[in-house]
Design a binder for this molecule. Structure first.
Ligand code: NAD
Ligand code: TDX
Length: 351
């Protein structure tokens, strides 16, 4: 049994990665390490929590003593590192939380792994999951972010992720730590925390609340279905070349305002409302400070070298996503009221 540590496995993307690895690889033992911040929710993993090859550990990647002890207790073959503070607006309000988890937490994991693996470094793998935001913003509509694009982070969130990416590559160069890095575009799908654009809009449409569009809604994002990201992570973890970076994206660019209109249309149909009802909730609000204009990923390296392609169209992925949110109102109510914080106590402390 190979033991794999997945950090941030109770979050949005992490829970999809944990689910995939637990189900696809019964011969791996998956250890999910998560601090359970506001964004971490064990209810994201109810379908796999009793699997014999899955276990959960509550802890903070910033705590060096704790991380050292975890590596001493388990002989990890590999790490898939997703734990992070992930919301740009929160990084503007509280940058230090992003420095602590995204930078210090990542360096803690790197340090511990290099010491634990020093006698047989080549037999291991450290996978760092990162974002397209490290490349900055694009203005010319014909350009895309490639793996060669120079870093130009412009928000505290992207600066902290860029810093962590640099540390990961520095550990590869300096200590020969066997790393792979991926930089992915905006994800969407089930279990997405409703502070991010798509789940926030779905939630507010259901509740008949205003739909806050920042600025004029002209900023462009490149959207990828979260299960396709998890599939790419699986492929890169197993077949990616040591020391390499892979960009992941869906070639699926949308202006925010167009996307919100599309969601309003889908939701009107699903909720049996007259066409145009939900769009009346659109409200223009003050723009995000330093709001990046456009992100767009060139994913050709991943497609050509490892044979990855997205499995669903945006229409299919969005349909599945909306249906999941409508069928899981309790999940949405719990995360918006904070009730899920009690879930850990009932599942893990009282049994
Ligand atoms: P998320 O905010 O939904 O989940 C983050 C998880 O990390 C949570 O479960 C949280 O409890 C945990 N965590 C936070 N601080 C921790 C700490 N100090 N110690 C241990 N656990 C901690 O984030 P997400 O959207 O699932 O993103 C996961 C990763 O993917 C992040 O590294 C993010 O930068 C990257 N990413 C996200 C997107 C996206 O669109 N969401 C796109 C590209 C890359
Ligand atoms: O209420 C809103 N109104 C609005 O217009 C929110 C929450 C967002 N927006 C805009 C800002 C962005 O242009 O929508 C776009 C998407 O915003 P977010 O969902 O906050 O995502 P973004 O800032 O693009 O970052 C996301 O993609 C890359 C993730 O949150 C990051 O973790 C990931 O690395």
């Amino acid at each position: 049994m190979k033991k794999i540590l997945i950090t941030g496995g109770a979050g949005f993307i992490g829970s999809h990665v944990v689910r995939r690895f637990v189900n696809q690889y019964p011969h791996y033992e998956i250890v999910n390490l998560d601090k359970l911040t506001y964004a971490g929710n064990l209810a994201n993993l109810t379908d796999v929590e009793k699997a014999p090859n899955y276990s959960f550990v509550k802890g903070d990647i910033v705590d060096a003593h704790f991380v050292n002890q975890l590596f001493a207790d388990h002989n990890f073959y590999g790490v898939i590192h997703l734990a992070a503070e992930s919301h740009v607006d929160r990084s503007i309000a509280d940058p230090m939380a992003f420095v602590m988890t995204n930078v210090i937490g990542t360096v803690n994991l790197l340090n511990t792994a290099r010491i634990a693996w020093k006698d047989n470094m080549a037999d291991h793998r450290f996978y760092h999951v990162s974002t397209d935001e490290v490349y900055g913003e694009l203005h010319d509509p014909s350009t895309f972010f490639t793996e060669q694009t120079a870093y130009d982070p412009r928000s505290p969130y992207s600066a902290s992720k860029a810093s962590s990416d640099h540390f990961v590559r520095a550990y590869h160069n300096t200590y020969r730590l066997p790393v792979v890095v991926s930089n992915c575009s905006n994800n969407y799908g089930s279990h997405h925390f409703p502070e991010k654009l798509i789940p926030l809009m779905i939630h507010n449409i259901c509740q008949n609340k205003p739909l806050p569009v920042y600025g004029k809604g002209e900023n462009v994002r490149d959207w990828l279905f979260v299960e396709d990201h998890a599939r790419a992570i699986d492929l890169i973890f197993h077949e990616g070349k040591n020391g390499e970076t892979y960009n992941i994206g869906g070639f699926n660019e949308w202006k925010n305002l167009d996307l919100v209109h599309l969601l309003c249309q889908i939701m009107d149909q699903k909720l049996g409302r007259a066409e145009g009802t939900s769009a009346q909730l659109i409200t223009y609000v003050t723009d995000r400070a330093g709001h990046d204009l456009r992100y767009a990923i060139d994913a050709h390296k991943l497609m050509n070298e490892l044979g990855w392609t997205p499995s669903v169209t945006f229409e299919q992925g969005l349909e599945k996503t909306v249906e999941w949110f409508l069928a899981n109102q309790t999940w949405l109510d719990n995360v918006t009221s904070g009730n899920y914080a009690n879930y850990y106590d009932s599942m893990y402390l009282n049994r």
